[in-house]
Design a binder for this molecule. Structure first.
Ligand SMILES: Cc1cc2nc3c(=O)[nH]c(=O)nc-3n(C[C@H](O)[C@H](O)[C@H](O)COP(=O)(O)OP(=O)(O)OC[C@H]3O[C@@H](n4cnc5c(N)ncnc54)[C@H](O)[C@@H]3O)c2cc1C
Length: 462
């Protein structure tokens, strides 16, 4: 009899299993894939970041080396080697989780799980007894109605297929200007592919701060990505050497077509809980198909909990991890908790884009008086030395209390810089707290302090 069986070994599930084992529970984790780590390590965060890193290097070489006096740099791209580097990066990380499972004495039950009843998890022919179950079954890519994805054919692909194309295509259409579409579109654009992004909405990166959306689009356009916004894709016709995307401008007009060697469908992900038997078990879903939970991650069936991409909230690895830790702590009799107001989101393009908390639009919509402290990276010595001064830091604070409500950064290392604001928000800090904190010079992080100063008596270097 286990204390806990976790279903799914993605960032939510494996972190939950490790924390529960550390707290003294007898734990098993079921995973149907060949390797641990879930979407994130196998076909998500990690392989995409390997390709983003390699293509960023190529971009730096082409765009900036000569400006710095590094002449005649030229990279022949060996796609097979780049794929091997990506696979090795994935492999070392998934093996790392295997090691952590052994170290923490977690049983890996290999196969696909179903839940015949509360307290029972079936894997193959075997039924395992457990006091509690945590479902961490993640998410799957969605497609558009009538658009058929075939990752093996490599022409109309989703995020999994595009990470493993057989060659770098000359042309690519990305349907959907969200984080995944823009990251993976950027990878290929930097490697020489002509990339056109088609988006239904009138702005890229839906849900992000409006100023960030505009500046980010300008920067990506300068890098060569083409954008067609406000366009409803009605079909994708696949042929032997490519596909034709048909779209209609939302503001009216005739249907248009775009031909490309590869079409990436990046229109979103859906919670995945197929085959678990949730319906028969009586686990309630939300109207968006997510597993409904209370604020202790409990589903409608006693002893069955759920976390990560399968439940409501941002589909992010670190959100899943935090929920994994919190539910393990609750099951061990402690007080697990996730602060959903301070979960960062990062887009790992060049430059990076990072955000935490409310957007300017969102903050104003709460009816509060807000103040905005904005600092352009043109005033930051380090960003200028790195030839990456096109971005800014924007800090949003409550005008009455000075409490930090959100922060939005476009710039080199934005994904690292955002964390000082996360910590500040976690402690309920005011903008002045950041403004009074000494920041090392010359760092891009000084721009965060300058944005905080701009919420008070004014930034210095602008
Ligand atoms: C291309 C791409 C890039 C991404 N980049 C980032 C990023 O940079 N940062 C970020 O925060 N997030 C990123 N994400 C999102 C991130 O991958 C997910 O938010 C995260 O993986 C969710 O974790 P999870 O544990 O909920 O589920 P998953 O990682 O999806 O893991 C669920 C696991 O459960 C297993 N499973 C499902 N059902 C069963 C069953 N019945 N029996 C046994 N096993 C089962 C699945 O095989 C899977 O391995 C990216 C996603 C994609 C697709």
């Amino acid at each position: 009899m286990y204390d806990l069986i976790v279903i799914g070994a993605g960032p939510g599930g494996y972190v939950c299993a490790i924390r529960a084992a550390q707290l003294g529970l007898k734990v098993a984790c079921v995973e149907g894939r060949e390797t641990l780590g879930g979407t994130c390590l196998n076909v998500g965060c990690i392989p995409s970041k390997a390709l983003l890193h390699a293509s960023h290097m190529a971009h730096e070489m082409h765009e900036n080396f000569a400006k710095m006096g590094l002449m005649n740099a030229h990279a022949d791209i060996d796609w097979d080697r780049m794929q091997a580097y990506k696979a090795e990066t994935v492999g070392t990380n998934t093996k790392g989780i295997e090691f952590l499972f052994k170290k923490n004495k977690i049983d890996w039950l290999k196969g696909w799980a179903s839940i015949p009843a509360a307290g029972k998890v079936q894997v193959g022919d075997q039924v395992h007894e457990t006091k509690n179950i945590v479902i961490a079954s993640g998410s799957a890519a969605t497609s558009l109605k009538g658009v058929e994805v075939d990752n093996d054919a490599g022409i109309v692909v989703d995020s999994t297929g595009v990470l493993a194309l057989k060659k770098i295509p000359q042309t690519m259409v990305v349907i959907g200007a969200g984080v995944i579409g823009l990251e993976l579109g950027s990878v290929y654009s930097r490697l020489g592919t002509k990339v056109t992004v088609v988006e239904y909405l009138d702005a890229i990166t839906p849900g992000m701060d409006g100023e960030v959306q505009k500046q980010f689009q300008r920067i990506l356009s300068k890098q060569g990505l083409k954008f067609i916004l406000g366009a409803a894709v009605s079909g994708v016709e696949s042929a032997e050497n490519g596909a034709t995307v048909t779209y209609t401008p939302k503001k009216g007009g005739d249907a248009q077509t775009l031909d490309a060697e590869v079409v990436l469908v990046a229109t979103g992900r859906r919670p995945y809980h197929d085959g678990l038997g949730l319906d028969a078990l009586g686990v309630k879903l939300t109207d968006r198909g997510q597993i409904a939970i209370d604020n202790h991650f409990a589903t409608s069936v006693p002893g069955v909990y759920a976390i990560g991409d399968a439940v409501p909230g941002p589909m992010l690895a670190h959100k899943a991890e935090d929920e994994g830790m919190a539910v393990a702590e609750i099951l061990a009799g402690k007080h697990g908790h996730v602060n959903y107001d301070a979960i960062p989101g990062v887009i790992y393009t060049t430059p990076e884009v990072a955000a935490v908390g409310l957007t300017e639009e969102g903050a104003k919509a709460t009816g509060r008086k807000v103040k905005i402290g904005k600092f352009p990276l043109m005033g930051n010595a380090r960003a200028k030395a790195m030839l990456q001064a096109e971005g800014f830091v924007k800090l949003i604070a409550d005008a009455d209390t000075d409490r930090i409500l959100g922060c939005h950064i476009i710039g080199p290392g934005a994904g690292e810089m955002i964390h000082e604001v996360c910590v500040a928000m976690e402690f309920g800090a005011a903008a002045q707290d950041l403004a009074l904190t000494c920041h090392a010079h010359p760092t891009v992080s000084e721009a965060v302090r300058e944005a905080a100063l701009a919420c008070g008596d004014g930034a210095i270097h602008v």
